[in-house]
Design a protein around this ligand. Structure first.
Ligand code: NI
Length: 211
């Protein structure tokens, strides 16, 4: 797949130049983006319970991305928004479906919108105090993730899960919180009858007290 060049050349002007966004390649890329990054499976070491299955899959996958993000970040000023497209490939590591790394925003009270364009997924969310939610994503549905919720998306289908997202430019991401906690509170695993189910993560140590 050819990814559009992710630079509008207008990143430094104020007020920011309005940007026309357009889905390309059947919704797998975003024309008008100013930023693009890819995450190969190998970068997600420690994320999955089945480490043997992970090592095999990561080696076989090489540099090909488990997920990628095209984002428009032209408005870097206070009150600006980051708007983008996330594409998460289908697959599983052991019993767990492919997922994004998961984070709490560095400014934890910052909210985020995820809107599903294609595929079948789950938005998995935790509060550090002990609540968990798993909200299904199908095309035409979305999730308003309020501030103070750790969040990650999971692809429970057989095709790429593509979501449009939007969050404040000053939000940032704290990935270390999830890593130090031993992952999120729940795992999303295959279920023969319902497709997927959420089960307790035996490796989760809690968020409080892990910094
Ligand atoms: Ni986020």
């Amino acid at each position: 797949m050819t990814v559009p060049v992710c630079s509008t050349g207008h990143e430094n002007r104020w007020p920011a130049e309005p940007v026309a966004l357009e889905l390309w390649h059947a919704g797998l890329a975003l024309k008008g983006c100013s930023d693009h990054y890819e995450t190969p499976l190998a970068d997600l070491q420690g994320l999955y319970q089945d480490t043997a299955a992970f090592e095999l899959l990561a080696e076989a996958a090489g540099d090909s991305p488990a997920y990628w993000v095209d984002a428009s970040k032209v408005d870097q000023h206070s009150g600006g928004l980051i708007i983008g497209l996330s594409v998460l490939q289908p697959g599983s590591v052991g019993a767990e479906f492919f997922m994004t790394r998961g984070h709490l925003h560095a400014l934890a009270d910052r909210a985020e919108l995820y809107y599903c364009l294609a595929g079948t997924g789950v938005m998995l969310m935790d509060t550090v105090e002990g609540e968990s939610r798993a909200v299904p994503l199908i095309p035409g549905s979305g999730v308003h993730v309020p501030g103070n919720w750790v969040h990650r998306s999971v692809n429970v289908g057989a095709t790429p899960l593509t979501t449009l997202f939007c969050y404040p430019v000053d939000a940032g991401q704290d990935y270390g919180l999830v890593r130090r906690a031993g992952g999120m509170r729940q795992l999303i695993v295959a279920d023969h009858q319902r497709g997927w189910r959420a089960v307790p993560n035996p490796g989760h140590r809690g968020y409080l007290g892990v910094g």
